[in-house]
Every structure is written in structure tokens, then in C-alpha cells.
Design a protein around this ligand. Structure first.
Ligand SMILES: NC(=O)C1=CN([C@@H]2O[C@H](COP(=O)(O)OP(=O)(O)OC[C@H]3O[C@@H](n4cnc5c(N)ncnc54)[C@H](OP(=O)(O)O)[C@@H]3O)[C@@H](O)[C@H]2O)C=CC1
Ligand SMILES: CC(=O)[C@@H](O)[C@H](O)COP(=O)(O)O
Ligand SMILES: [Mn+2]
Length: 397
């Protein structure tokens, strides 16, 4: 579709506006004012000044933070607006655990969920219930919510932003879903690719945060290092594309130029490539199925380069195999896996546990989990609470 045929400006609600996904989305949006207009933003509230600056820059009508004094935020917005010569700007400011739900319900054409962690579940459900298109970076909400999220989704309402899933969705754009044989999810292998279980013992938080290709938030970067991120992405692929787990492969591709692939029944494989960057997945998420011109510089094919592929080392990195088990088991097992992992990641960064304690603790929590017969929001949240508490008990043992 040419620019002239484009459907016009989309309104956007941005959840997690201060994070890696959120700030990159703002760059795309402000570079394309003909396509996008932000009407609402939310963040955790760790940096109220940044939220205020974003609000004034974007002229958002609704501004929410999970924690922090809303009067202080409103006052800072007022100050910055006056400095910018926009004294008339007076958004609604909300604070508290429901702030992102309110932002998700703002009626935007597109809600981009860039919150980190399964705390993004209620905003995900709220965006779907409000009828907005959900551009989903917050994979955790889909994984823990599973069927709850899927039963809310209308056809075409959920657009994956996670790079691997955006790649698969792009490979499936031609409408050839019935002829898919396998999904091939690529993995960088993380900063410890090639390391043995023994070598991983003394890994420090700083080392775990040195992702080879992407600058991302703390949780996802740590999950890339343990390969929990890839485990979550296998479950995410299963839920998004309705492909059985035994038809979802993971291959290590350290350069991350291929973002994932789809193998078809005739033996042909389609790969989606581009530099390792989130600009294309985010811009496609905002404007699906349209492509934002110049969202990213293309690969320079005149340069010699090698793309490598290697199998996953399941012995040193058992997180993907464990994710397959919890994904197959379904119900609240994925919620328990994710919640236990979130707690372990925090404990690792607080210096309380070793890197190599993370996945075995998640394994133990999942092994001990008894899922409820019902699956609804309350049972998911209860399973998460249980898994978080149990993870701490295991770690303190
Ligand atoms: N970064 C990337 O390249 C990629 C990220 N993803 C996924 O996208 C999501 C975001 O990742 P990323 O941007 O890296 O993470 P960051 O840690 O950089 O940002 C997280 C954002 O979520 C906000 N947040 C945290 N808690 C809440 C809350 N309770 N309510 C509202 N907002 C909250 C944070 O606000 P505050 O700073 O105030 O706490 C921040 O704006 C994750 O699910 C991740 O797995 C997927 C693929 C790639
Ligand atoms: C950019 C993105 O989608 C991340 O999920 C990234 O792919 C992490 O890569 P690895 O988990 O493969 O290191
Ligand atoms: Mn990813």
C-alpha cells in the first residue's frame, strides 16, 4: 500500500512509556506525526520527571503511573508545559495499580503494551475488552493469561511486537497458515553462549546484562542470558500461531539478523531479516499491516558477513525445555514458571542468589505447582502469588 492509500492517523496509548520499548515507540511516533498521535501514556513511576516530559512532548490527554504522587506529577507537568509555552495543556493524571488499565481503556486505536512483567496482564485484557488493537511487547501477559487472553482476542486484534513473533507474523502475511510445517524461533544464545554449566556459576549481574545485540530492560536481558526469554517465546509462539510445541524449533543464531522463520510443507523456509533492532517490530505493531517508511536502515548486502546457526545447549541452558513442559501442561503452569522466574531475577540482581540458582528454582516451583481446575483471572493471580512466595521459600532453604 502506498503512503497515499494509508488509512490516516492512528491514536496510540503507550503502556511502559519510559522503558526500552516505550522510548523507541515515542521516537517512531514523533518521527511520523501523520501516522500516529499518542493520547495516553503510563509507566511504573520510577522517574516521574521523565513521565512528565513525555506527557508534555506528546500532549497526552491521560497520564498514569503505577506508583508515585499524582499531584507531584501533575505539578511537574504544569511546570514543564509552562516552560514549553504550552500552559493550556492540562492532562488527566492518575496514579495507582489501575493506572495502566485506565490508560489501556482510553479508546486508542492501538494500545502498545511495553510494560515489563506479568503485571501487564490486566492492561492487556483491558485493551482487548476496549476493542483497541493490541500491539503486544509484554509477552508475559499472553503467557500467564494464555486462554484468558485468547478468548478476548478478535481476529487481527493482537499484533505481536516481540521481534521473533513479528518475524513469524510477517512470514505468514501471505495467508499460508494451513501449509506451515514448523516455526523456527531464533535465539542469540545470550552473553554466555558456549559456556558450560560450570562456567555459569560465578556470573555477575553486570555480565548477565551485557546482551550481545539489544539494549533492553533488566528483566528481559537477564532472561536472554538464562534462555528463559526463549522459553517464554516458545510458549508465546504456540499461543499466537496455534502451532503445537513439537513443531516449534529453536535455533541459535548469534548475529540475530534473521528474526525467525517459518518452514512450509513443501520444504521451503521463509525468514524475516533485518538488523538486530526493535524499530521494525514496533512500527509494524503500531501500524499493522502497513510498513513505516525508513523505520530502520536495511541490511547492507554489499558487505561480506557470515550468519551462523548452532543448536541450543539444553544441558547448560535447561530453561527452554522446561518452558516446553509448562507450555504443554498449560493451565496455570506458565504463570507459575514466569512468576517464579521474575522473583529469581530480582533476587539475582539484589545479590541474594547465584545466576545458576535461577532456573533450578523455577523448575522446583513448577514441579510443586498444583493448578486449579478453573482458569480465570483470580486463579492465575493466585497461582502467581503462590509461585512468588514458594520461589522465595526455596531460595531461603
Ligand atoms: N526491549 C526490547 O527490545 C524488547 C522487549 N520486549 C518485551 O517488552 C516488555 C518491556 O520491555 P523493556 O521495554 O525492555 O523493559 P523496560 O524495563 O525497559 O521498561 C519497562 C516499562 O514498564 C514500566 N512499568 C513497570 N511496572 C509497571 C507497572 N506496574 N505499570 C505500568 N508500567 C510499568 C516501566 O516503568 P518504570 O521505569 O517507571 O518502572 C517501564 O516504562 C517486556 O515484556 C519485554 O519482555 C520484547 C522484545 C524486545
Ligand atoms: C529483541 C527481542 O525480541 C528480544 O526478545 C531478543 O530477541 C532477545 O534475544 P535472545 O533472547 O535471543 O537473546
Ligand atoms: Mn524476542
Amino acid at each position: 500500500m502506498s503512503d497515499e492509500q494509508h488509512r490516516g492517523q492512528r491514536t496510540v496509548a503507550l503502556l511502559g512509556s519510559t522503558g526500552s520499548i516505550g522510548t523507541q515507540a515515542i521516537d517512531i511516533i514523533t518521527a511520523n506525526p501523520d501516522r500516529f498521535r499518542v493520547i495516553a501514556i503510563s509507566a511504573g513511576g520510577r522517574d516521574l520527571d521523565l513521565v512528565a516530559r513525555q506527557a508534555v512532548q506528546l500532549q497526552a490527554e491521560l497520564v498514569g503511573v503505577a506508583a508515585g504522587d499524582e499531584r507531584e506529577l501533575a505539578a511537574r507537568i504544569g511546570e514543564l508545559a509552562r516552560e514549553a509555552g504550552r500552559s493550556a495543556y492540562l492532562p488527566q493524571v492518575v496514579s495507582g495499580p489501575d493506572a495502566s488499565v485506565q490508560v489501556a481503556q482510553s479508546g486508542a486505536d492501538v494500545v502498545l503494551n511495553g510494560i515489563t512483567g506479568s503485571i501487564g496482564l490486566r492492561p492487556t485484557l483491558a485493551a482487548l475488552q476496549a476493542g483497541s488493537t493490541l500491539a503486544l511487547a509484554n509477552k508475559e501477559s499472553l503467557i500467564v493469561g494464555g486462554p484468558l487472553v485468547k478468548e478476548q482476542v478478535k481476529p487481527g486484534q493482537l499484533v505481536p511486537v516481540d521481534s521473533e513473533h513479528s518475524a513469524i507474523a510477517q512470514c505468514l502475511m501471505a495467508g499460508t497458515r494451513d501449509e506451515v510445517r514448523r516455526l523456527v524461533v531464533t535465539a542469540s544464545g545470550g552473553p554466555f553462549r558456549g559456556w558450560s554449566a560450570e562456567q555459569l556459576r560465578d556470573v555477575t549481574p553486570a555480565q548477565a546484562l551485557a546482551h550481545p545485540n539489544f539494549a533492553m530492560g533488566k528483566v528481559i536481558t537477564t532472561n536472554s542470558a538464562t534462555l528463559v526469554n526463549k522459553g517464554l517465546e516458545v510458549i508465546e509462539a504456540h499461543l499466537l500461531f496455534d502451532v503445537p510445541f513439537d513443531q516449534i524449533e529453536v535455533v541459535v543464531h548469534p548475529q540475530q539478523y534473521i528474526h525467525s522463520m517459518v518452514e512450509f510443507v513443501d520444504g521451503s523456509t521463509m525468514a524475516q531479516c533485518g538488523p538486530p533492532s526493535m524499530l521494525v517490530p514496533i512500527s509494524l505493531g503500531l501500524d499493522w499491516p502497513h510498513r513505516v517508511p525508513d523505520a530502520e536502515a536495511p541490511i547492507d548486502w554489499t558487505q561480506a558477513r557470515s550468519w551462523d546457526f548452532e543448536p541450543l545447549d539444553n544441558e547448560a541452558f535447561p530453561a527452554v525445555a522446561l518452558a516446553r513442559q509448562v507450555g504443554e501442561a498449560g493451565r496455570t503452569f506458565p504463570a507459575a514458571y514466569n512468576a517464579a522466574n521474575e522473583e529469581c531475577v530480582e533476587a539475582f540482581h539484589a545479590g541474594q542468589i547465584a545466576f545458576t540458582d535461577i532456573v533450578p528454582t523455577v523448575q522446583r516451583v513448577v514441579d510443586e505447582h498444583t493448578p486449579d481446575a478453573q482458569l480465570d483471572l483470580d486463579t492465575v493471580l493466585a497461582a502467581e502469588d503462590w509461585a512468588r512466595a514458594r520461589a522465595h521459600e526455596v531460595l531461603e532453604d
